[in-house]
Design a protein around this ligand. Structure first.
Ligand SMILES: *[C@@H]1O[C@H](CO)[C@@H](O)[C@H](O)[C@H]1NC(C)=O
Ligand SMILES: *[C@@H]1O[C@H](CO)[C@@H](O)[C@H](O)[C@H]1NC(C)=O
Ligand SMILES: *[C@@H]1O[C@H](CO)[C@@H](O)[C@H](O)[C@H]1NC(C)=O
Ligand SMILES: *[C@@H]1O[C@H](CO)[C@@H](O)[C@H](O)[C@H]1NC(C)=O
Ligand SMILES: *[C@@H]1O[C@H](CO)[C@@H](O)[C@H](O)[C@H]1NC(C)=O
Ligand SMILES: *[C@@H]1O[C@H](CO)[C@@H](O)[C@H](O)[C@H]1NC(C)=O
Length: 401
């Protein structure tokens, strides 16, 4: 794939840093990549620091806490021609209602594979989004989504799911990445969401980051396999976004701004963590042996390491990063510190009745509770099962293994 020349990005950062406002009014030439999508180069308004002018501000509670509940791998829409497919979705919706009523989160994340796209029909694939967001709409809960390999199939794309979600869910905070960072159109769900200590604050104290790891197949009759990693250009997006935040709000470490990241397919470095798990320190189900396709850029050997630019930029640029949360491997729930970047990685929990499973894995969610807006106080996280049982509790701070 042809990358934009690095010099352009460097110039852009310099201009950005020098500009007193973000109204730069100039653009770089358009680049063409191998699948023929034209990708406009970075534009000043790609880095808008107030992207939710028309939505309520997300804030910590008055007691200083903020609770996130993560539903993962819901896999709606399997075999609509059989009774069991729709029944799975009835079960998954019931799980969502049960969990949301008991957990009362401040924010909900749908961490990819919302829909099993290979079983859906061109004419009504995104109708399943209406069903999935129903419980969130009913309870007026703010939320956003990442998308997975099953959300890109001949009859559905990540972009279509996002468009539908924004149409039918008033409190969706999902956004589109700028065109030059959208993974040739198949990875549009890269964005960030700010959380403020108080609604009247000038700057946020927590940034939730969402990355699109693509995967699956392109749309249409001549469908081909898509890259299953966060696009290399997202590294530049991270650099520019962090530079804009630091210049507009002050540096994250000085301002006490924390971060937490979500991406459906785990980064490939996670594969090496599994052999050294200690079930006391790194609790949670460990039933899904990681192999080809379990983590980013491991399906085809020639793709090895292609998620490195993303992983390096995320960990180098985003300060006070509490952790990275992924789904995709339904039999895993564990957390472990990733030693190369010294960052905590956690699997979430398979929530949907659709998607592969095995006896005893069950269904549930991962909760993440920030106990303070102060980023030196690590959030607490644990798995909550549909039947109310909880396990695998850890504190995501510097004392964690
Ligand atoms: C739906 O959930 C019930 C238990 O509540 C279970 O017995 C049944 O097998 C589930 N159906 C499907 C299709 O997953
Ligand atoms: C896609 O949708 C079309 C039209 O409904 C249908 O004929 C086809 O079987 C679906 N599935 C795939 C994988 O193309
Ligand atoms: C979509 O259309 C198919 C075929 O007509 C039908 O079986 C299925 O139930 C529909 N799905 C939704 C979500 O409306
Ligand atoms: C799909 O590929 C075939 C063979 O390359 C080609 O003849 C056909 O026009 C293509 N169809 C579409 C819809 O692009
Ligand atoms: C991001 O910035 C770092 C240093 O600030 C630099 O080393 C790296 O090359 C940049 N990455 C991209 C993709 O621009
Ligand atoms: C596993 O972790 C526990 C608790 O930290 C520790 O006591 C034990 O020595 C560890 N086991 C191994 C094999 O490292």
């Amino acid at each position: 794939m042809m990358m934009l020349p690095a010099l352009h990005f460097f110039e852009f950062v310099c201009v950005l840093a020098a500009a007193s406002s973000l109204q730069l009014g100039w653009a770089l030439p358009v680049a063409q990549d191998h699948v023929g999508f034209s990708r406009a180069a970075p534009q000043s308004n790609d880095l808008d620091l107030n992207p939710y002018a028309n939505k309520p501000r997300l804030t910590f509670r008055s007691d200083g806490t903020f609770k996130i509940t993560v539903f993962s791998d819901l896999h709606y829409g399997e075999n609509p021609w059989d009774a069991w497919g729709p029944q799975q979705d009835v079960n998954s919706t019931q799980l969502m209602n049960t969990v949301l009523t008991s957990e009362k989160p401040d924010y909900v994340v749908l961490n990819g594979d919302l829909i099993t796209g290979e079983n859906t029909f061109r004419e009504n694939s995104t109708k399943l989004i209406d069903e999935i967001v129903g419980p969130l709409n009913e309870l007026n809960l703010p939320f956003s989504s990442t998308h997975g390999n099953h959300d890109n199939e001949p009859n559905i794309t990540h972009a279509e799911e996002i468009r539908r979600e924004l149409q039918v869910a008033p409190l969706s905070y999902t956004r589109f990445a700028p065109s030059w960072a959208n993974g040739q159109g198949y990875g549009p769900g890269t964005y960030w969401v700010p959380v403020f200590t108080k609604a009247s604050d000038d700057t946020p104290s927590l940034i939730l980051w969402f990355f699109d790891s693509r995967g699956g197949f392109s749309e249409g009759t001549n469908s081909t396999r898509l890259p299953d990693w966060v696009d290399e250009n997202v590294a530049t997006w991270i650099n520019l976004t962090v530079a804009a935040m630091d210049s507009g709000w002050g540096p994250a470490d000085k301002m006490g701004r924390g971060s937490l990241a979500f991406v459906h397919i785990p980064p490939h470095v996670v594969q090496d963590l599994q052999t050294n798990l200690n079930s006391t320190q790194d609790p949670g189900l460990n039933a899904d042996e990681l192999g080809s396709g379990s983590t980013q850029a491991t399906t085809l050997s020639q793709d090895a390491g292609k998620d490195d630019p993303f992983w390096t930029a995320l960990n180098a640029q985003v300060k006070n990063l509490h952790g990275v949360i992924s789904g995709h491997d339904h039999g895993n729930e564990w957390c472990k510190r990733e030693p190369t970047k010294n960052v905590i990685f956690c699997f979430d929990k398979h929530s949907g009745y659709g998607g592969y499973s095995s006896a005893g894995w069950g269904h549930g969610v991962r909760n993440i509770v920030f106990r303070s807006p102060d980023p030196s106080v690590g959030p607490e996280t644990w798995i909550k099962m549909e039947d109310g049982e909880t396990h695998a509790r850890i504190i995501m701070d510097s004392s964690y293994n």
